[in-house]
Ligand binder design. Structure first.
Ligand code: UTP
Length: 409
């Protein structure tokens, strides 16, 4: 991209200030800045000027049930057999979402490198690889795994897997890919700079995973292997039942475009996205969007009407993902502490949130795919998120749940 084209692109989004040091740069810095401007998708910034109230107007929510634990137990043999058959026939692959920055945990490395062990090593990545191995052994076929990283943690993640001999998995079945990055802005919506020749960028959220997988050229690999369904899961749930054969079987037998593992809400106020119908389509209403009524309404048995929380474990039909991959997804922005370059050229690491990060979310893919089977799991056996250093959803609470499930720490 040349300077004029860069000027034109930036002017479209009101971001011309990004070229203010251009004339002071060396030739190679100039080139690198222009390349970064060319590669950056500034259209996510349009979210900044859209009012969230306007976006949510005219939306009609209805409850959406799930196939319950009791129903699953009654049909377990049928679901398990169907799931194992698909896994054995290599129709399924798994995608580990590990591109996040894990800022709440405050750990200075990729979250998957966190050691949950107390008397021995038990890394978060290792918990997931053990689960994948367990299912692969049961099915009699290794499940291909795609690991999404970001520019900020890619090398460290790849090196960690290598150092630990891929935790006993065959490396030929593991592919790593980087997710796309998005610009960060100050509180007025102006893109921040990291240096005179680079922008402040952050991973563009977990909802861009299929787009990034495709960009990385890995869709060809998916096709070559004959994979028809991809399960997607968060790195931070150390009890994550990835590719649980019953879940895979139930989703496939029901003929939907995706399955979503869900848990019954612990209490009306729990901060968890809830699966529901939005304007007739399956969707997830985030904890900060849900109304008081939706939080507390109960059915005749006393169960919450909006009862099922999502735990970031989905199984998507690949052909449907290919249909929606270029559709516009909502962009969410959140106030965060963003390192930036001050006027005098020094890099500032703010103590308080100073700007916004822009992200796409997996939950929004549920609505785009159109049909979804919520599949209930027991939260004490399948949901132990490590989000915070202490308190709720912390290392401590996840360790307690691991112990309760017989895992030696
Ligand atoms: P979170 O929403 O908890 O975000 O990610 P985070 O960045 O890891 O943590 P905080 O908010 O900074 O503390 C849920 C899952 O989505 C992945 C994370 O790695 C985690 O598995 N994720 C998140 C990505 O892969 N890319 C992203 O850009 C964001």
């Amino acid at each position: 991209m040349d300077l004029n084209a860069a000027r034109e692109k930036l002017a479209k989004y009101g971001q011309e200030h990004l070229l203010r040091y251009y004339e002071t740069l060396t030739e190679s810095e100039k080139e690198s800045l222009l390349n970064e401007i060319e590669a950056t998708d500034f259209s996510v910034l349009e979210a900044f000027s859209e009012s969230p109230e306007a976006a949510s107007q005219g939306q009609v929510f209805e409850p959406l049930g799930a196939v319950t634990i009791e129903e699953i137990q009654a049909r377990e043999a049928e679901f398990r057999a169907a799931g194992l058959e698909a896994i054995k026939a290599c129709k399924t692959g798994a995608v580990l979402l590990a591109g996040g920055q894990g800022t709440r945990l405050g750990f200075d490395h990729p979250k998957g490198m966190y050691n949950m062990g107390l008397t021995r090593d038990l890394f978060i990545f290792e918990c997931h690889m053990k689960q994948l191995l367990k299912v692969s052994e049961e099915a009699g076929a290794l499940i291909p795994l795609y690991v999404m990283t970001s520019d900020l943690n890619h090398d460290e993640t790849v090196a960690f897997f290598e150092e630990h001999s891929y935790f006993g998995y065959d490396p030929a079945f593991i592919r790593f890919f980087r997710q796309d990055m998005a610009p960060c802005t100050d509180l007025q919506g102006k893109v921040l700079m990291k240096s005179r020749s680079s922008l402040a960028l952050s991973p563009n959220g977990n909802g861009g995973w299929f787009h990034s997988l495709k960009n990385a050229g890995l869709l060809e690999d998916v096709h070559k292997k004959g994979i028809e369904y991809l399960s997607v899961f968060a790195v931070d749930n150390v009890l994550q039942k990835i590719q649980d054969p019953c879940f895979v079987g139930a989703t496939l037998l029901s003929g939907v475009n995706d399955g979503a593992m869900v848990v019954s809400k612990a209490e009306p106020e729990e901060r968890i996205g809830v699966i529901c119908k939005r304007n007739g389509r399956p969707s997830v209403v985030e904890y900060y969007e849900i109304t008081e009524d939706m939080k507390t309404l109960r059915d005749e048995n006393g169960t919450l009407l909006y009862n099922y929380g999502v735990i970031l474990n989905y199984l998507f039909k690949v052909s449907k993902l290919e249909e929606i991959v270029d559709m516009k997804m909502p962009v969410h922005f959140a106030k965060k502490k963003i390192p930036y370059m001050a006027e005098d050229g020094t890099l500032i690491k703010p103590e308080e949130p100073n700007g916004y990060k822009y992200e796409l979310l997996v939950v929004d893919m549920v609505e785009l795919t159109g049909t979804c089977l919520p599949f209930e799991v027991d939260r004490t056996k399948a949901f132990a998120p490590v989000k915070n250093a202490t308190g709720v959803d912390s290392v401590e609470s996840a360790r307690a749940l691991l112990s309760k499930n017989g895992v030696v720490l």
